[in-house]
Design a protein around this ligand. Structure first.
Ligand SMILES: [Cu+2]
Length: 193
């Protein structure tokens, strides 16, 4: 019989303009479109159904942690990711994907693209690039921590960007394999807005 650790903790908080308004904060008129999404979690087993799952426990252990922050204004979006407890001194490719995490890495679907490539899979650098997609490649330090920030001059279409995937290696920019970063190692559900 397999018992799952009871220490898995998921802290998930979305702090939006309405919350601040409820608390009595003065909301500047220009900030109506502002978005502030914060998600943190510990990774769990691939078949756990949790919001953060690992497909490669040797590289992304079940007690590793991830935090993602989305901060968006009128026509721009910033995404920050931080991780802890991953394989040390290792390169990871990281992207925003369209679908939700599942028991298999492929469940999260392709990369989110501002301008959608008519061809799939999208490996054309004209579409599969760091301006049209959200790339958050990172290299972990001696302690297994890492982080990255991406800034875009556009906003997500609501409901079309739902996860962050950690990949095997940094992201290629070559024609014919642009956007690819090897196997999917772990996935984290983030409801980008
Ligand atoms: Cu990806």
């Amino acid at each position: 019989m397999v018992t799952r650790p009871s220490t898995v903790r998921i802290a998930a908080v979305t702090v939006g303009a309405t919350v601040f308004a409820t608390l009595g904060w003065v909301q500047p008129a220009a900030a109506q479109d502002d978005v502030w999404v914060v998600r943190t979690a510990e990774f769990s087993a691939a078949d756990s159904g949790e919001d953060a799952v690992t497909y490669a426990p040797g590289l992304v252990p079940e007690d590793a942690r991830i935090a993602v922050v989305e901060s968006a204004a009128a026509d721009s979006t910033k995404v920050v990711v931080a991780v802890h407890g991953l394989e040390k001194n290792r390169m990871f490719g990281v992207h925003v994907h369209t679908g939700k995490c599942g028991a298999k890495g492929d469940d999260a679907g392709p990369h989110y693209q501002d301008k959608k490539d008519p061809e799939t899979p999208s490996v054309d650098p004209q579409y599969a690039n760091r301006k049209n997609e959200v790339w958050l490649d990172m290299t972990t330090d001696d302690g297994g921590s890492g982080g990255a920030t991406a800034e875009q001059q556009w906003r997500f279409r609501k409901g079309e960007a739902q996860s962050v995937i950690l990949h095997e290696h940094h992201t290629s920019t070559k024609d014919g394999e642009a956007g690819t970063a090897g196997d999917r190692l772990a996935c984290f559900n983030v409801p980008f807005e």
